[in-house]
Design a protein around this ligand. Structure first.
Ligand SMILES: *Cc1c(COP(=O)(O)O)cnc(C)c1O
Length: 217
């Protein structure tokens, strides 16, 4: 099927209040343009430089999401244009984002990445460290970032009850924090293989790549 047709299938499967981020990492400008021409505006990339290069070649009304692990020294390449940074897992990174946002005269929106998977390969903070960060004076002084919520990735497994349990834990934690941090509005969970389970567990932002663009080689 075409990218346009895939995109429509995915969109038709999403409840209205769930936002779709089309994950275009490794995909070409022409492929991204096809999704854009079909109406998609939010795209996700996992490498800062790749995203920055694509950004210059594509229309200005695209909203770019950084979903990958962040290298602090590269934050400057996206500070001017990034729409939402999903993978923040250190106060130090947040400070760097704040500094770069300030020099562009922006407030950059971020999500804190929670570690919910069993795999060691997945990044993210413990729930306890997230609470500590949010309570820290250092964080509260940062005026050029806004934390909109949380992001998490489940274990890569066929065991749906495990995936369900991991998403459920993050949803419960999100619901615990939301009344304390009124700016919280986003729970980013779910990829091509597990987004339906994520939505059952309260996700309102899904990051979907291969189901739209096909497998990455
Ligand atoms: C690649 C990636 C996705 C999309 O994965 P698909 O399985 O292709 O849908 C989602 N989130 C993150 C953080 C990713 O790196």
């Amino acid at each position: 099927m075409s990218i346009k047709a895939n995109l429509q299938v995915v969109l038709d499967s999403l409840p209205k209040d769930v936002m779709l981020i089309a994950v275009s990492k490794t995909k070409t400008i022409a492929e991204i343009k096809e999704a854009y021409d079909a109406g998609q505006r939010h795209f996700g990339e996992n490498r800062i430089q790749e995203m920055a290069e694509k950004q210059t070649q594509l229309p200005d009304d695209i909203r770019w999401h950084m979903i990958g692990h962040l290298q602090r020294n590269k934050v400057k390449y996206m500070a001017e244009f990034v729409h939402l940074i999903h993978g923040v897992d250190k106060l130090k990174t947040l400070k760097e984002i704040n500094k770069r946002a300030k020099s562009c005269g922006r407030v950059i929106h971020c999500l804190l990445q929670a570690k919910i998977a069993e795999e060691d390969s997945k990044f993210g903070m413990s729930f306890e460290d997230i609470e500590k960060l949010l309570q820290s004076e250092t964080y509260q002084k940062l005026k050029n970032i806004q934390i909109d919520g949380l992001m998490g990735m489940a274990t890569f497994t066929g065991n749906t009850s495990q995936i369900n349990k991991e998403f459920e834990q993050l949803h419960l934690f999100y619901k615990k924090l939301k009344p304390l941090y009124p700016q919280f509005k986003t729970l980013s969970m779910g990829m091509s293989g597990d987004y339906k389970i994520a939505i059952e567990n309260g996700s309102n932002m899904v990051r979907i790549g291969s189901a739209i663009f096909g497998n990455r080689s």
